[in-house]
Ligand binder design. Structure first.
Ligand code: SAM
Ligand code: SF4
Length: 350
């Protein structure tokens, strides 16, 4: 039995944030979800995410574990109920387990509902049990194909077997695994039904993601783009999809697939607007707070804390940033245009 077994079930409502004042923006949306990128580094180089010769940030620019803890904890104090740790690849960050164990104090106190992780799975076999012991109950694993050769090509060198072993280890440790796949027109489009069937067979929800125009990469994004609206129509030619009323406050829409008995999510930031219910903000590994994935808006919380701000000033900076959260984003895929947002997903935290 872990110390967390005594907690109420995830998602069950508890008392509001300490001080009673949550984070609400100018459009009345309440921010309860923080995604934290703990590193821009990664042991893979997925073609849609990074350039082959990615230049990573100097260490001094990246928040220390203590700084990450301080900012995340300030959010928890302001009513954040869910933290998602991401990257880059979060499991390559040295000392990450110390950070997660430390943030686990907010689970124990009941201030936080959950800490989750988005990972490429390459290190999961090693970290699955420590993650569970630290209070993590769910992880998202990114896997775009079940073909070893294509996996190696898409990730520029990754080993599919390692990721599959990581998924198995996570499940054996008691972690619920959701699978994320980026839908790529030429590379994995035809395989997606098999990938979904396999994922559902493993007891995993599967979410498909449209490519987003973030950061300069070598490939032409217009060539990679696959509309999930079209893909859904295709899946419906042989599967029965029933919309689920499940809302995460994010860009995913869920259906149940009758034939597999599993849940399938669609993240379609390019086809649909999902901004009116947005409950989330993102902290980069350099301490920049982005209140919208698709806009260049940013607040430099690293400058705030390295400038010697006390907790009150940090809270003030967070409140000001959330107050200015843009109404919505403006993604469009256009062959001639530059990326809608210059930063890479790996810096922002997908
Ligand atoms: N390294 C971890 C992983 O791959 O799961 C966490 C970070 S990664 C940036 C988070 C998610 O963003 C992954 O599911 C990845 O497939 C997705 N992603 C990366 N670049 C993307 C892009 N340009 N468009 C859509 N999704 C992207
Ligand atoms: Fe690394 Fe994740 Fe980006 Fe792939 S998607 S390069 S695993 S950060």
């Amino acid at each position: 039995m872990t110390p967390y077994d005594a907690l109420p079930p995830q998602g069950q409502s508890r008392s509001p944030s300490p001080g009673g004042a949550g984070l609400t923006d100018a459009f009345g949306r309440t921010v309860t979800y923080l995604r934290v990128s703990v590193t821009d580094r990664c042991d893979l180089r997925c073609v849609y995410c990074m350039s082959e010769h990615m230049v990573f940030l100097p260490k001094a620019q990246v928040l220390t574990l203590e700084e990450l803890d301080r900012i995340a904890s300030a959010f928890v104090g302001l009513g954040t109920r869910k933290l998602r740790i991401t990257g880059g690849e979060p499991l390559v960050r040295k000392g990450l387990m110390d950070l997660i164990r430390s943030l686990g104090r907010h689970l124990k106190s009941g201030a936080l509902d959950e800490i989750t992780l988005t990972t490429n799975g390459t290190q999961l076999a090693k970290f699955a049990e420590p993650l569970f012991d630290a209070g993590v109950r769910r992880v998202n694993v990114s896997i775009d194909t079940l073909k070893p050769d294509l996996f190696r090509t898409l990730t520029r060198g990754g080993n599919l077997a390692t990721v599959l072993a990581g998924i198995a280890a996570a499940q054996a440790a008691g972690l619920k695994v959701k699978l994320n796949a980026v839908a790529l027109k030429d590379d994995n489009a035809a395989e997606l039904p098999d990938l979904i069937r396999w994922g559902h067979g493993q007891g995993c929800d599967v979410t498909l993601i449209e490519t987003m125009p973030m950061g300069e990469i070598e490939a032409d994004r217009t060539d990679q783009y696959l509309s999930l609206t079209k893909l859904r129509a295709e899946l419906e030619s042989f599967w029965t999809l029933t919309d689920l009323p499940l809302s995460t406050g994010g860009p995913a829409r869920y259906v149940e697939v009758a034939e597999t008995g599993g849940r399938l999510g669609f993240i379609t930031p390019l086809s649909h607007n999902f901004c009116e219910a947005c409950n989330r903000v993102r902290l980069t590994c350099t301490g920049t707070l982005h209140t919208c994935l698709g806009q260049e808006d940013a607040a430099d919380l690293r400058a705030v804390i390295r400038g010697g701000a006390d907790d009150e000033a940090l809270v003030e900076a967070i409140r000001n940033a959330v107050d200015a959260k843009p109404k919505g984003h403006d993604f469009h895929i256009d062959r001639a245009s530059a990326p809608a947002v210059a930063r890479h997903m790996s810096t922002t935290g997908g």
